[in-house]
Design a protein around this ligand. Structure first.
Ligand SMILES: [Zn+2]
Length: 283
């Protein structure tokens, strides 16, 4: 199918649709996304821990097939600070979720050295175990990587593991809510990853991130909301939602001297290519 036929070209590549902050208006929120030109959303399946990993898939199944709604996909994974719960049962649950056709990615997984939480060694082991499962189920990964302020510690550890355990799979993935510098962006592209920009690219202090975006080739980027967090300017501080991914696309367009439609078309094409999906949006 030719993408040009679809007026709704934006894809929100990362939203926590299972958040209880959408309990009252989830359906209306998804309809607003459709109205705003969002043709598909990847619902992140981490919940508040492995016990809730299936919730994103359930939301996909609840809404897919309904008219005037974005097409929904799901992921499943154990977030870095939930890795102390990555026992045999949780990993078996992950493995079975990754076999479902709607569950197109494993994540968000990775390393978070910024917040206090799971010890680094536990995070590293949890990541490695999930990489093994994702590789066996041939699912690209969604990476959360956050170093300590002013450091690259988490990136350095991450690339060490990915180089050895993920590059050989050729499956690639997404650097979600990218916050690294140009060096990390280049290493990511080199390993077959896409760089996903969230609403924080609109924040005044995010000039280093905007500098990365200016240099990044169009075929290496995605857009996301990370909703309900990180609402873009001018909604900063409010509950975020997929409709607002348009702000991030507009910001990228301005930075690159392009039309917002060109950013939408490129990021949507990149999404379908990474996940090996038929280019189709909506229901
Ligand atoms: Zn997230």
């Amino acid at each position: 199918m030719h993408l040009g036929r679809f007026p709704r070209l934006l894809i929100d590549s990362h939203a926590h649709l299972d958040s209880e902050r959408y309990a009252e208006d989830r359906e209306a929120m998804l309809r607003r996304a459709w109205q705003a030109g969002v043709g598909a959303v990847l619902a992140i399946g981490i919940g508040e821990g492995p016990a809730e990993m299936h919730q994103a898939l359930e939301i996909c199944r609840q809404f897919n097939g309904q008219p005037d709604m974005p097409r929904l996909y799901a992921s499943a994974g154990i977030y870095p600070h939930n890795t102390p719960e990555a026992d045999a049962a949780a990993l078996a649950k992950l493995d079975s979720l990754l076999q479902e056709p709607e569950v197109i990615a494993c994540g968000e997984i990775g390393l978070d050295y910024y917040h206090e939480g799971a010890p680094h060694a536990v995070q590293l082991e949890g990541l490695e175990r999930q990489l093994k499962i994702a590789a066996a189920r041939k699912r690209p990964i969604l990476i959360h990587c956050r170093p300590k302020d002013g450091a690259t510690d988490a990136w350095d550890d991450l690339f060490g593991i990915l180089e050895e355990r993920w590059r050989p799979t050729g499956l690639g993935g997404v650097m979600h809510c990218f916050g690294g510098g140009w060096e990390q962006a280049r290493s990511s592209l080199d390993m077959g990853f896409l760089i996903s920009f969230a609403g924080n690219i609109t924040y005044p202090k995010a000039q280093p991130l905007r500098d990365v975006a200016v240099r990044l080739p169009l075929d290496g980027m995605l857009v996301e909301t990370d909703a309900p967090w990180l609402a873009p300017v001018p909604q900063r501080g409010k509950r975020n939602e997929p409709a607002w991914v348009a702000r991030t696309a507009e910001t990228l367009a301005r930075l690159k001297g392009l039309e917002a439609q060109e950013i939408a078309a490129a990021t949507t094409k990149n999404f379908f290519r990474l996940f090996g999906l038929r280019a189709d949006v909506g229901n």
